[in-house]
Design a protein around this ligand. Structure first.
Ligand code: 5AD
Length: 353
């Protein structure tokens, strides 16, 4: 039995075996094809043809961190900073709700202005206005107590990419104030508090080796998150990695396939970074095992300012306003954009197709 068959059979591999699997799939399209078929079978088993949508509200681009790859890192003086008011955030939700979104993702830099009190107040306001919607936070590393308060205020889910499961690579990508162990601890804290948790990483980040990706896969299996967000690294002109090549769309798509097999019931977004590097990136991701899209609901005036990497798409198919176009594109590849909360699969989930 080759390594791909073994992976399909056991849903898991060792680090060395993951390297072998990636190398084999990248050389042999028949192997990749076989993996894709299995990923699609599993995504259909758990989610039918449904593609879940989340309205992404990028509510602050202030950040106290200085991640070396990120366009909105603290040290970048060329960014015009903004933060949305509570009222503006609620307007985004209102617009999103009308457009059919039932999950709001509040994403931002690590902005000290948003104390627990301020953030909990916003979460409570959304919770009371939209009782049937899910609230996802993506605001970085915070204390256990902070996560607890926000959960109590009504947040259901939390996205915090682990960025890389290899400590050395983590240190290459982040200044020393950012601790590898702490980031992982946050993910375990969030799980303990009952959040649906999303981890994730960049593909082909500067210095990343196959070994690092294998570590990511082993870590994901151990953490067992509800969601996994992965996207190709894309250089930003105001960072030390400005001249590094962008990540591979093909490798990202392969990893989506592998992660679908590794964690069959996971929520896997076809990310903005994938859509930025390839006009058909979203569709390629969905066809490979992804089942979530996260269009941008931020106010138009701020969208360009949330520039994590160069040329980040924020209008067109990417924009929440274009939901109908997106639905048509999703249908073209045999899936269906749905308008529910889109929770992670549980035994009670019933599928109609
Ligand atoms: N390229 C691709 N993804 C990036 N992110 C930040 N900067 C970049 C970049 N240059 C991702 C990180 C972060 C998420 C919000 O965006 O993985 O967790």
């Amino acid at each position: 039995m080759n390594i791909a068959d073994r992976f399909i059979k056991q849903n898991s591999l060792t680090k060395d075996e993951f390297i072998e699997l990636i190398l084999l799939a990248e050389q042999d399209s028949a192997v990749q094809q076989k993996l894709t078929e299995e990923a699609v079978r599993l995504r259909k088993k758990y989610y039918g043809a449904d593609v879940y949508t989340r309205g992404l509200i990028e509510f602050t681009n202030y950040c106290k961190n200085n991640c070396y790859y990120c366009g909105i890192r603290k040290g970048n003086r060329n960014v015009k900073r903004y933060r949305l008011t509570k009222e503006e955030i609620l307007e985004c939700c209102e617009r999103g709700y009308e457009l059919g979104f039932r999950t709001f993702v509040l994403q931002g830099g690590e902005d000290p202005y948003f104390t627990d009190e301020r953030l909990a107040d916003i979460v409570r306001a959304i919770r009371s206005g939209y009782s049937e919607c899910a609230i996802t936070l993506s605001v970085g590393e915070r204390s256990y107590e902070s996560y607890r308060l926000l959960r109590e205020a009504g947040a259901d889910r939390y996205l915090l990419r682990h960025e890389t499961a290899n400590e050395e690579l983590y240190e290459n990508l982040h200044p020393k104030e950012m601790e590898f162990a702490r980031r992982r601890q946050c993910l375990y804290d969030l799980k303990k508090l009952g959040y649906q948790v999303g981890a994730g990483f960049m593909v082909d980040s500067p210095g990343q080796k196959l070994w690092d990706l294998a570590e990511d896969l082993v870590f994901l299996k151990e953490l067992d998150p509800h969601m996994v967000g992965i996207g190709p690294f894309i250089p930003h002109h105001d960072t030390r990695y400005a001249e590094e090549p962008a990540g591979s769309v093909e490798r990202t798509v392969l990893l989506l396939t592998i992660i679908r097999i590794l964690l069959p019931a996971a929520l896997l977004p076809a990310t903005t970074a994938l859509g930025t590097l390839d006009a058909a990136g979203r569709e390629k991701g969905l066809a490979a095992g992804a089942n979530v899209v996260m269009p941008n609901l931020s106010p138009l005036k701020n969208r360009r300012q949330y520039e994590l990497y160069d040329n980040k798409i924020c209008t067109g198919e990417e924009a929440a306003e274009s939901r109908a176009d997106l639905a048509a594109r999703v249908e073209k590849i045999g899936y269906r954009l749905v308008s529910g909360r889109g929770d992670a699969w549980s035994r009670d989930t019933i599928h109609t197709c």
